[in-house]
Design a protein around this ligand. Structure first.
Ligand SMILES: [Zn+2]
Length: 340
């Protein structure tokens, strides 16, 4: 029979401190549980899409104000990004990120309401311990909008909102327990096809069908799948495809997600010669964040600038980024030579 022991703690004092700290956190969390639960359910009942989480941010501010915490909004020039601080600027600095946007047409299918509640709860449980010196260092609660495709964290990284921290933590609800998991780099490509409208029965010869071009491109991507590496993913939808059958579509839009194991490998599979830019496509008017992105390095029909049989088409793709379902360390993208 083998007997195992926990590793000995350095000192009795450390053991006592750890126990007292944990007890204090647990007590605070217990006292906050009903409030956090109600907050989470309220967000779930009032979903808001990326960059338009205005009601949500008001609710966050109200919740924190009840506990004496002031919320700073507009972090990084994004109206619905927010930040709150506790503790000292000296010592270890930890950022707890909170997500809170929802999926269009679905709502909080990904559980970002739960992320917001759990991150706020963690922050509120730690704040009193940091305030009176029972814990060293500082903790920042950072609200990162538009994680369902807008790249809110990427914009905030570029704005410097993550600078100076020793660690960044967050939990995401899922169907399994995982302290860490391997995930993919993701890139989003929006391809807009431009043709020429005409009456489809009266004078079709004058038109150029943008939808036909989009369909051709979509089929080409589908045929490409046989020849990409097994760990890459390409999946897309038609966002626009015309208005009425009797009008030759002058505009069609496809949106694709590309996923790969690493940022480098996703750049390898990215459009050649396209000017790309990163997160923030749905930023509301007045936002100060600017586009940026990465220059891609190899060939993929998914996003090349090209002539279609019935009109020119061009792409607008975002830089390699991570999402809740696709996290990998992301290098800061270079500025594009110009915007498209
Ligand atoms: Zn998510």
């Amino acid at each position: 029979m083998t007997t195992t022991h926990n590793p000995p703690l350095d000192t009795e004092l450390e053991a006592a401190t750890t126990t007292a700290t944990e007890a204090a956190v647990l007590t605070t969390v217990e006292s906050l549980a009903d409030e956090l639960d109600a907050f989470s359910h309220d967000l779930h009942a009032h979903p808001e899409v990326g960059f338009y989480e205005f009601r949500t941010v008001r609710r966050v501010a109200e919740l924190l104000a009840r506990h004496g915490v002031t919320l700073e909004t507009g972090v990084g020039g994004i109206p619905t990004a927010f930040r709150a601080r506790a503790g000292s600027d000296e010592g270890p600095q930890v950022v707890i990120t909170a997500e809170y946007d929802a999926l269009p047409g679905v709502g909080h299918g990904c559980g970002h309401n739960v992320i917001a509640a759990s991150s706020i709860g963690a922050f509120l449980a730690l704040a009193p311990l940091l305030a009176d010196g029972r814990l060293p260092g500082g903790v920042t609660l950072l609200g990162t909008p538009a994680e369902e495709g807008g790249g809110g964290k990427e914009l905030l990284i570029q704005a410097g909102a993550f600078d100076g921290f020793d660690a960044s933590v967050m939990v995401h609800p899922g169907e399994l327990d995982a302290a860490a998991f391997v995930a993919n780099a993701k890139r989003q490509v929006v391809a807009t096809f431009r043709g020429k409208a005409a009456h489809a029965a009266g004078n079709p010869q004058l038109g150029r069908n943008a939808l036909d071009a989009a369909v051709t491109a979509y089929q080409a991507v589908a045929q490409l799948r046989q020849h990409i590496v097994d760990t890459d993913r390409v999946h897309g939808v038609f966002v626009e495809g015309g208005t009425r059958p009797n009008i030759v579509p002058e505009r069609a839009v496809l949106e694709f997600f590309l996923r790969s194991r690493t940022v480098d490998s996703i750049l390898e599979a990215s459009p050649s010669g396209s000017r790309t830019r990163s997160a923030g496509r749905h930023l509301p008017p007045g936002s100060r964040s600017t586009w940026s992105g990465t220059a891609s390095r190899s060939t993929c029909p998914t996003g090349s600038t090209a002539r279609s049989p019935s009109g020119s088409w061009r792409t607008r793709s975002r830089g390699a980024t991570s999402s809740p379902s696709s996290r990998t360390p992301v290098s800061r993208p270079a500025r594009p030579t110009s915007a498209t």
